[in-house]
Write a protein that binds this ligand. Structure first.
Ligand code: GCB
Length: 453
């Protein structure tokens, strides 16, 4: 009941269980298009390679024709046709294949072929579609994340679709700016926290070789009701929609089915078992969810391929006590690995910094404190990445708007960049680090020797 001595009649607020601004309106372009009566409804590709031969398994879904004639050609960047096939399903074999490689792992990252599909229906209707295709594999072992059979280390960021003035609205100049900043920083990856991003963003990631962990909107799964059968059914459909939309993007290397659910609640076990096995039945990529629960109580962890852990030592826990980071982070990694023997990604870590706020010695909310938190985390990452840690994703790429609250200073300030995309001290630290790691682990292209000024 509303207390009328405090609130006017009819007063209510919408409570949200996530830490980003709940923008209203339509965020993205809505495209209307027409098709012939018989048309190409969907294409699915799965790629692999054997020695120097690339293999593209494809299937084309046709609507409006029982006996369609389908011709498929794979065309290289130079315009040469490298393979052809006929039929709604088939295999394209590419001699001397150019694999799709991540940024900073190869001289020529993000190589894309164009798969050109032509349909002719019995009625004479014709349709065609050109799909960019990157040939690459993704595999997970007990301690490694492999792309094209080579160990891949995620040195990247978490993002939001958020910026000043535009809010969540789609904005090409912002997208170009963000990718330029990622490249400047030497970041090779990002997670689409906490919802799928605009398809155009994945198109650019494909082209630049930026690796993506693709997250569904499963955020705020915090109470017991969130695990009921109705929610689960909906979540299965959400994953079907996400996989259907993003399955052909070579940049997408893993699905994340949720962020920080209440994974210690008993129903989380059967819930994630079914959700993850359903997602695996749709696509061959590894599947994870992002956890902040305790390794000994997490009910969903047995079903993921990679353990993705968020932690905010010396921020939400032991605020101000930088000295505890090392011991707590060592325990975090060792505990999870001992229990599960799966590769681990530090999927979030960080601290708020109000740009321009300084203090020596470092105190919370200053750029120095943010930098020192990162440095303390990095020392541990450097030890553990020799063992089973396969990635580090900073929270967050840039400051972003949130609901108002006593822990938010005009939004969340954990960005390396401000909301206007100007660098804070942390951005320079990460830049040094990411280029150094790329120098050690990747085959750095000749155009990108560190320090790259
Ligand atoms: C988290 C959440 C993220 C928040 C972040 C924070 O664990 O996953 O949505 O924004 O912490 O800054 O509190």
């Amino acid at each position: 009941m509303t207390d009328h001595s405090k609130y006017p009649p009819g007063y209510f607020v919408q409570n949200i269980n996530f830490d980003f601004f709940n923008y209203a309106g339509i965020h993205r372009s809505v495209l209307l298009y027409t098709t012939p009566e018989a048309y190409i409804d969907d294409i699915t590709v799965q790629t692999t390679f054997l020695d120097s031969t690339g293999i593209v398994n494809y299937s084309v879904a046709v609507v409006g024709s029982d006996r369609p004639t389908v011709k498929v050609a794979l065309v290289g960047k130079d315009g040469r046709c490298v393979a052809t096939a006929n039929g709604t399903t088939g295999i394209l074999k590419v001699a001397e294949v150019n694999l799709w490689w991540p940024y900073l792992m190869h001289d020529n990252p993000g190589y894309l072929y164009s798969m050109e599909v032509q349909l002719t229906a019995e009625s004479g209707d014709k349709d065609s579609y050109a799909l960019p295709v990157g040939v690459r594999t993704v595999n997970v072992t007990e301690s490694k994340f492999l792309i094209n059979s080579k160990p891949f280390y995620f040195h990247g960021v978490n993002k939001h679709e958020d910026s000043d003035i535009r809010g969540k609205g789609f904005d090409w100049p912002l997208i170009v700016k963000d990718f330029n900043l990622l490249k400047w920083m030497g970041a090779n990856s990002f997670r689409t926290s906490h919802y799928p991003y605009a398809e155009e963003i994945l198109d650019v990631a494909d082209r630049l070789g930026i690796v993506v962990i693709d997250e569904c909107p499963g955020v705020g799964i915090k109470d017991i009701r969130s695990f009921d059968p109705i929610s689960l059914d909906h979540h299965l459909v959400v994953m079907e929609e996400l996989v259907r939309r993003d399955k052909n993007h070579p940049s997408v290397v893993m699905w994340s089915v949720a962020n920080e659910p209440a994974a210690e609640m008993p129903p989380a076990g059967p819930y994630f078992k079914q959700l993850i096995s359903h997602t695996k039945s749709l696509d061959s990529r590894p599947v994870t969810f992002i956890t902040d629960s305790n390794y000994s109580r997490d009910q969903g962890a047995p079903y993921v391929d990679v353990i993705c852990v968020n932690s905010y030592f010396s921020w939400y826990h032991d605020p101000g006590h930088l000295e505890v980071i090392s011991i707590q982070l060592h325990s975090q990694f060792d505990d999870w690995y001992r229990k599960y023997q799966k590769p681990i990604i530090q999927s979030e870590y960080g601290a708020d910094a109000v740009p321009g706020l300084h203090s020596d010695p470092p105190t919370m909310f200053t750029e120095e404190y943010q930098k020192t938190v990162l440095q303390n985390y990095h020392k541990v990452f450097d030890q553990k990445r020799k063992e089973f840690v396969v990635g580090e994703l900073i929270w967050n790429f840039a400051d972003f708007m949130t609901a108002q609250g006593i822990t938010r200073v005009v939004g969340n300030k954990k960005g390396m960049f401000t909301r206007q995309r100007q660098p804070k001290t942390g951005a320079f630290l990460l830049r040094e680090r990411y280029w150094r790691i790329a120098n050690e682990t990747g085959v750095l292209p000749t155009w990108a020797k560190y320090p790259c000024q």
